[in-house]
Design a protein around this ligand. Structure first.
Ligand SMILES: N[C@@H](CCC(=O)N[C@@H](CS)C(=O)NCC(=O)O)C(=O)O
Length: 227
């Protein structure tokens, strides 16, 4: 059975949504990143990048959420836009992988977790995250779903990050981007999305962002400590 190495955050959640939508049997293996489980040698054999999600399908490992989405879509053939739309499909997938995801992640980091002074970084990353959500909003103004006429794994990939948009850009996010809100609500209303969201309640993940968590999540900070 497929094993999903999971933490209740945007990238693992979109994979859980795909597995739920397709009715693929899978086992959830919790990786508590605030406790540092992503750095465990056994997990590094599955994802050398020390991040969630990762997946084992028999003897095959797949890491990086976007690679996992493409892998699963290829494996199951479900919720896959028509092959004639490959250009759009790959373009929006890479837009999420290289734009929405990383800029949102950095915006959250600098806004909520970085030490002062941080004005320059907060401004740069919230501006870029907002710019990317603006592009998404403009696309969704004229498209019900991301690619083609049907709901697909591209919508699921976007949904992972839409969920946290107010945490990324601020409490007025939904008013700023009403088409993203419409899309988010449509995906969230699906029973599979509710099952994916409900996963986190099955595990007791650490919630405190204390000094020990920061050490695991931001190991680079050690370089700032005077010897
Ligand atoms: N490009 C990777 C990014 C994965 C990522 O940043 N995962 C976060 C959760 S959303 C994580 O595991 N963070 C823990 C850490 O950075 O130590 C992907 O899309 O899978």
């Amino acid at each position: 059975m497929i094993k999903l190495y999971y933490h209740p955050s945007p990238n693992p959640l979109k994979v859980a949504l795909y597995l739920e939508e397709t009715g693929t049997p899978y086992e959830v293996v919790p990786i508590d990143t605030r406790k540092g489980e992503q750095h465990h040698p056994d997990f590094l054999k599955i994802n050398p990048n020390a991040k969630t999600p990762a997946l084992m399908d028999g003897e095959t490992r797949v890491f990086d959420s976007n690679a996992i989405m493409l892998y699963l879509a290829d494996k199951t053939g479900q919720f896959r836009p028509d092959a004639s739309l490959l250009g759009e499909t790959l373009s929006w997938m890479m837009f999420v992988a290289t734009g929405i995801g990383p800029y949102s992640g950095q915006a959250v980091h600098f806004k909520h977790f970085a030490p002062e002074p941080k004005d320059y970084a907060v401004n740069r990353y919230t501006f870029e995250a907002e710019r990317h959500f603006g592009i998404l909003d403009a696309h969704l103004a004229t498209h019900t779903w991301m690619v083609g006429k049907d709901y697909s794994f591209v919508d699921m990939s976007v949904w992972g990050w839409e969920r946290v948009m107010p945490f990324v850009i601020g409490p007025d996010a939904w008013e700023k981007f009403p088409n993203v809100k419409r899309h988010f609500d449509a995906v969230s209303a699906r029973p599979a999305a509710q099952r994916a969201e409900a996963l986190k309640a099955k595990f007791a993940f650490k919630t405190e962002m204390d000094e020990a968590s920061r050490k695991q999540l931001f190991p680079g900070n050690a370089r700032l400590t005077p010897a």
